[in-house]
Design a protein around this ligand. Structure first.
Ligand code: ZN
Length: 219
């Protein structure tokens, strides 16, 4: 059943509080959005801690970025969210944060594409690294554009992470998975070696993921 606007506002509050408490969005950083319908996006406001948002703080914008409703202005990163909704009609939620371990990889210029953890590879495949774009400018969205159709989690060069999915639970969970995987990769780098899964096993994992998603979508 389709969720009401009020339910989705409450979900944004809850997701923001969790991201803040997990240390993924220090100060006022990070932004979250959901697609309400084909002509409205609900997005977190600019300049507000993700740990202290209220349902009425959210801004409603059009797919072109015009302010439609709300006392506060939309996040300055709204163009990135809009680009993802435009390129991915299947996506209904976008989360952008700066989780410290994954962001360290983004700042080191290292993608999280190591085929070493079976369930992560199955859930997210590889997480590529987009080139740097100045925050709050069209450059940032442009740097992501060619990756958005093929991935659902991207490291943003010298910046942070963006994840997206068919609902906020999905997009938020992917952010947690990326940070968890970054910690695992960090551990293997400290250990000085990585045991890579063979290509045929990655193919098997991918096929199982496709079957699982098809099953999950069945009514
Ligand atoms: Zn950011």
């Amino acid at each position: 059943m389709r969720k009401t606007d009020a339910q989705l506002r409450a979900e944004l509050v809850k997701s923001g509080r969790q991201l803040f408490e997990d240390g993924f969005c220090p100060a006022t950083s990070g932004n979250i959005s959901v697609r309400l319908d084909s002509h409205r996006i609900l997005i977190t406001p600019t300049g507000v801690s993700k740990g202290e948002m209220k349902p009425e703080d959210m801004a409603v914008i059009s797919p072109e970025g015009q302010h439609r409703f709300g006392r506060k202005n939309a996040s300055s990163e709204k163009q990135m969210h809009l680009l993802i909704y435009k390129l991915r009609p299947d996506v209904h939620a976008v989360v952008h944060a700066h989780p410290p371990k994954a962001t360290a990889f983004a700042c080191a210029g290292i993608p999280l594409d190591q085929p070493i953890a079976s369930e992560f590879s199955q859930a997210l495949g590889s997480v590529p690294l987009a080139k740097y774009g100045t925050p709050g400018t069209p450059d940032l969205a442009a740097a992501l554009a060619y990756l958005v159709p093929h991935h659902s989690a991207i490291l943003m060069g010298n910046h942070g992470v963006v994840t997206y999915g068919n609902d906020l639970f999905d997009a938020h969970g992917k952010m947690e998975l990326v940070e968890h995987f970054a910690e695992i990769v960090q551990g293997t780098l400290l250990a000085g070696r990585q045991a890579q899964l063979p290509p045929e096993e990655l193919k098997r994992l991918n096929e199982a993921a496709v079957r699982y998603r098809a099953g999950a979508q069945r009514p």
